[in-house]
Design a protein around this ligand. Sequence first.
Ligand SMILES: [Zn+2]
Length: 393
Amino acid sequence: MVVTAEQLAGCVAELVRIPSVNPLHRGPIAESAGPIGEAAIAGRLAERLSSLGADDVVLDDVDEGRPNVYARFDGRTDRLVVLDVHTDTVTVEHMTDPPFDGRIDDEFVWGRGALDTKASLGVILALLEQWRADGRTAEPTLLVVGSVCEEAGGLLGAGRFRDWVHERGHRIDQLVVAEPTELAPIHGHKGGVSIEVTVHGKAAHSALPDLGANAIEAMAHVIAAYEAEHRRLQTIEPTTELGTSTLSVTEISGGTGGNVIPAECRITIGQRVVPGQVAHECHERLIEIAHEASPLPVTCRSLLPAQPDGTFGSEAFYQPPDGDLVRTLAGAAGTTPTVAPFGTNALRYGGLARELCVFGPGRIDDAHQATERVAIADLVRLASCYEAWLTPT
Ligand SMILES: [Zn+2]
């Protein structure tokens, strides 16, 4: 039997009705709807996946009350494939629509998370239910992963899942990260590093500036040096469709009064890392530039959590578009593989699977908005893509 549009929409709506706002996006509207965070949806998901015949279901605490869910469905072969769907959503405080009603009309399922990214979770649940009813089994062994902490907080769920895979020595053949990609498989995106730079000067009366050391003026040298580095990076010929590495200063603060020489100035600087660059080397280079350019003492700290090996930053993720996974999904969806300007959980999955891509229904531009919806027609298309991937004939 083919799974119906009603089944697909129903499964997505059920997930939308379980609030799972990322704790860093909490607010009064979210709080009035129930507990903040991923605990409720993780619990429900674990229950649902067990009832669908999962051979193993694990709740893995990433942070207090924030578990990842891993559910394994043994296939006809032991080739291991993974579908990773983040369970958290962004804030609902600016929504003009009821965030958690999960209403279904003729064309859409509505509510926070419908598009980003409960659609993919709902579709795989509906398919597993249908396959169970039909007595069918997927060809590969499928691990469904519900990961926490994607929308804010440093991809902790994805990082924990990667470590869990390494601890168990699992070998993943194919890994799909669910995000809205208009059903075009994303076969690469840039990585990144981000640091905060603080210049330390000395306060004085601004009528007597020579008695102080002006941290803002010193920071101007640092910013000019970063601009020069950005321009240098643009002259390097890109090796992939991802283009060049870029560097941007995005925040600045400093000074305590109009007549005080500023003792401190602080900026945030980020770099988008491309294939061929080593993220922790980019991180070190950003620190070096600040020290070289500033006439005053400088301190730096990473704004991203450390990797398991103690280094900072995420490598780019890239693979050629002609692999089996990307070709299968693009073929089933009738789309063209592409690369993305935004980052996803795939930033934590370098080297974890033989093949990796990001794939899901809807447009990323429509995510995080005052209203959120996913087209039921896209759920139907996604179901046929997962069928082509998991139950090839
Ligand atoms: Zn997302």
